[in-house]
Design a protein around this ligand. Structure first.
Ligand code: HEM
Length: 422
């Protein structure tokens, strides 16, 4: 046990499942990066990678490092128990967007046009309208819990509209969404696994019902496109199972992590001296602010690959079938890539080279959309909330314990509210 919780002094003390580590990831990452950059987690066949270049190399070699885990590990997304529930009560759980080459690209070609920077631009009006709505509801109050009032509703409302779900269904969709990401936390009880599986299947049936509606009444939503127009490899229509697996991945990807990015971004803006004022003085800096925030506080700490052959990384032998835990958040703080990596630098010129969205062929589908949402949001926040500051005494700045995702529990902020006219 480390003398200071979450601050190991030797590699033997690193424990990814300790809530103190999960609150303070960076000391463990720093230690591993320097002393054991390819670290076999004790008692497992999982190797943890923390250097930018090692991770990048694995991402490049999509022929031998495959998606998913060969055994159930946190970040593999689902246990055998959860998969069985899907098989028996719904549609088999198979992430087609998270599949392997060569079919992977064929699915990505179908989904990507909606979410690239170019495709997302078509939703600028939608995003700006929601941002304005949310801020208008906040401005006069002078104080807000930012996660609940802004960081959750913005991406949820955007992706709900894009997929073609009804806004009135958001409370139910949010329940599905939180259940879907539950396995990424790690250490679920059997009851929690059953809950995650049951809610996942309910979500599948919900998506299926929406697909029937869009078949009968086509519109410009993603689901309508998938059921009425999309062709796999330019030839055949997608099956219902393929569409359901694409939609649940896009819907969940589309909301949870952007919430975490918005919250961590605001925390960085307010806790790093001079940053909020610099953004107010020069909103053109918002673009790099978003990139530097994603680098410093990556919402997805890491993801898993499996070695398809016996191989080696950085001189460490990796037997076939091993899991590789790519810690993107650790790569983002590798000083070989980013100078003074623990410093938030608004003007860092290579900030966009972070791996918060992963890199290469399997990088995040929704990076373009999420970036646009964050850019529009922060530009409007700095304009409309003057003298923004943390609410005194209301924050402990802690995160939900989670081995994969980094989500601040809440963030109370105050600003100078406009005086009432009467
Ligand atoms: C700040 C927000 C986001 C972060 C940090 C993030 C992070 C990531 C990362 C790291 C991956 C790669 C996983 C891997 O290595 O296997 C990924 C994949 C993916 N993300 Fe995101 N994501 C975000 C937003 C979104 C949005 C808005 C969407 C959908 C609209 C989305 C949908 C997806 C999908 C479908 C994949 C699988 C892509 C593939 O495997 O080809 N994400 N995301």
């Amino acid at each position: 046990m480390a003398a200071t919780p979450g601050h190991p002094v030797s590699v033997d003390e690193v424990d990814f499942f300790d809530p103190a580590t999960q609150e303070h990831w960076y000391p463990s990452y720093d230690l591993l990066r320097e002393q054991a950059p390819v670290w076999q987690m004790p008692g497992t066949k999982t190797y943890v990678l923390t250097r930018y270049e090692d991770i990048h190399e694995v991402l490049r070699r999509t022929d031998i490092f495959l998606r998913g885990a060969s055994e159930s590990t946190p970040s593999s997304g689902a246990s055998t128990r959860i998969k069985d529930i899907y098989e028996s009560k719904g549609w088999p759980r198979r992430s087609v967007l998270g599949s392997n080459p060569p079919e992977h690209k064929k699915y990505r070609d179908i989904a990507d046009p909606f979410f690239t920077p170019f495709g997302s631009e078509k939703r600028r009006g939608l995003i700006t309208g929601i941002v304005d709505d949310l801020l208008s509801a906040m401005v006069a109050k002078g104080e807000s819990e930012f996660v609940k009032d802004f960081a959750i509703p913005l991406p949820v409302r955007v992706i709900t509209a894009m997929m073609g779900f009804r806004e009135t269904d958001i409370p139910q969709l949010k329940v599905y969404s939180e259940a879907w990401v539950l396995p990424f936390r790690g250490g679920l009880s059997p009851e929690e696994e059953v809950y995650a599986g049951e809610k996942g299947v309910e979500f599948q049936h919900f998506i299926h019902a929406t697909m029937q509606e869009k078949r009968a009444n086509p519109d410009d939503s993603v689901i309508s496109y998938l059921v009425n127009e999309a062709r796999f490899d330019g030839e055949r229509p997608l099956t219902d199972a393929e569409i359901i697996n694409m939609v649940d991945h896009l819907y969940i990807g589309g909301n949870e992590t952007t919430t975490f990015a918005l919250t961590s971004g605001l925390w960085l803006a307010l806790s790093t001296p001079g940053v909020y004022e610099a953004l107010r003085a020069n909103p053109a800096k918002v673009k790099n602010f978003v990139e530097e925030s994603l680098r410093c506080e990556s919402p997805t700490m890491g993801m898993v690959r499996t070695a398809a052959v016996d191989t080696e990384i950085g001189g460490v032998p990796i037997p076939k079938g091993s899991n590789l835990h790519l810690r993107y958040a650790a790569g983002n703080r590798d000083e070989r890539m980013f100078s003074c990596p623990a410093t938030f630098d608004l003007d860092r010129s290579n900030a966009p080279r972070h791996m918060a969205f992963s890199l290469g062929e399997t990088h995040c589908t929704g990076a373009g959309l999420s970036r646009l949402e964050q850019n529009i949001a922060f530009a409007a926040i700095v304009e409309r909330l003057p003298n923004l500051r943390f609410s005194p005494g209301r924050n402990d700045f802690t995160h939900h314990p989670n081995v994969t995702l980094r989500a601040m529990k809440e963030l109370w902020v105050q600003w100078d509210a406009p005086r009432s006219a009467c």
